[in-house]
Design a protein around this ligand. Structure first.
Ligand code: DHB
Length: 388
């Protein structure tokens, strides 16, 4: 098989890259280890920055999102028994779109197939070769047969645990990493949202987040131990804890819990995001802690930068944008890392903290909730920094 760009991974990064390449008239094939059903069901955050929502609409994959999503002007911070609204639209003139990541994935897969593009699901033994030279290859088994894709470039979009990043020779990339001493216990439940917009709650018992997927589906999270045992959390106990952490400001309506997970928290960056003709995009190159939901948005930003660089190469044989790929992406990535770390620190309890730290944290929440300058900084990062 021969294509211009071989892509490993059918998550947001790989699907967006393939979609934008297709629009530029560049062929690609996506190789994915999991099934289509698995990719479409993988539940992640559900918050789209304004530029990304606009890009989905402008490139023809935003119709269902426009119909089914909820557009929010801001968020609530909850601390000391009170709710404080931060109105992004008033502060910076932008909004965010609430729409599940798996819904975007479904829409991108449908579009890809309608456009006649290829996605090979259920591949095994995927490996990448030859990206140090001019003739990269992706090898894999599909439908019981060994196969190989010859391409000009490889998009390494296979996530944190994928094969692409570890295929780069040791020492050629540097890793920056930070782990957090807690996780998130998340539920998806059939119940009406507790407020019209998301609530980030700081409470002496830990952080809680009140998000939503639709007028009848909620997504709630509780700060928990990194290795929290879900067996210790019957539904009733989760609802009680959520209610407690709202500090009396609201009482969440309860309903059937459809899913329960424990999510890990990590900050991670691989630098550079390129080795020869292998370009890493999305979670294979960087992980943010979930607070602020930057993961999918960063994957889209990488796909946008990479598709433009590849398009410039085919148009004029110029490698300038390809050479700048990593540095261009990393400027955004590190700002999103800073913001995700800051927001995580703002609303979580850190076990090693002293009473002084707790007072400082409350003062910071008070400052963000009541200073226009501080709220504006939160707002411009939350809705998404300007795209280059
Ligand atoms: C969601 C997740 C987040 O991490 C966040 O900051 C906001 C919303 C969500 O799953 O809806």
């Amino acid at each position: 098989m021969r294509t211009q760009v071989g892509i490993v991974g059918a998550g947001p990064a790989g699907l967006m890259l393939a979609h934008l390449l297709q629009r530029a008239g560049i062929s690609s094939v996506i190789v994915e280890a999991k099934s289509r059903a698995y990719c479409e069901a993988r539940i992640r955050a559900g918050l789209i920055e304004q530029w990304a929502a606009d890009m989905l609409v402008e490139t023809g994959v935003g119709a269902r999102m426009k119909r089914e999503s909820m557009v929010h002007d801001g968020i609530y911070l909850c601390f000391d028994g009170a709710l404080h609204h931060i109105n992004f639209h008033k502060l910076v003139g932008k909004r965010v779109t609430i729409y599940g990541q798996q819904e975007v994935v479904k829409d991108l897969i449908v579009k890809r197939i309608a456009d006649g593009g290829q996605i090979l699901f259920d591949c095994t033994d995927v490996s990448v070769h030859g990206f140090d030279g001019q003739a990269p290859k992706i090898r894999f088994r599909h439908a019981g047969k060994e196969d190989e894709i010859d391409c000009d470039f490889i998009g390494g979009c296979d996530g944190f645990h994928g094969v692409c990043r570890p295929s780069i020779p040791a020492g050629a990339i540097k890793f920056y990493e930070r782990e957090y001493p807690f996780g998130w216990l998340g539920i998806l439940a059939e119940a009406p949202p507790v407020a019209d917009e998301l609530i980030y709650a700081y409470h002496p018992r830990g952080f809680a987040l009140f998000s939503m997927r639709s007028p009848t589906l909620v997504r709630y999270y509780l700060q928990c131990a990194p290795d929290e045992d879900l067996n210790l959390w019957p539904d009733q106990k989760i609802w009680d804890e959520l209610e407690t952490r709202l500090g009396g400001t609201r009482v969440p309506k309860r309903g059937p819990v459809l899913e329960k997970i424990v999510a890990q928290m990590r900050s991670f960056v691989a630098e550079p995001m390129q080795h020869g003709r292998l370009f890493l995009a999305g979670d294979s190159a960087h992980i943010v802690p979930p607070t602020g939901a930057k993961g999918m948005n960063l994957a889209f930003a990488d796909g946008r930068v990479l598709s433009r660089a590849i398009a410039a190469f085919y148009k004029s044989r110029s490698i300038e944008l390809l050479d700048a790929y990593s540095a261009t992406c990393l400027r955004r990535v590190w700002k999103a890392q800073r913001f995700s770390w800051w927001m995580t620190r703002l609303v979580h309890l850190f076990p090693e903290e002293t009473p002084f730290d707790r007072r400082r944290q409350l003062a910071e929440l008070d400052y963000v909730a009541n200073s226009e300058a501080a709220a504006k900084s939160l707002a411009e990062n939350y809705v998404g920094l300007p795209i280059e």
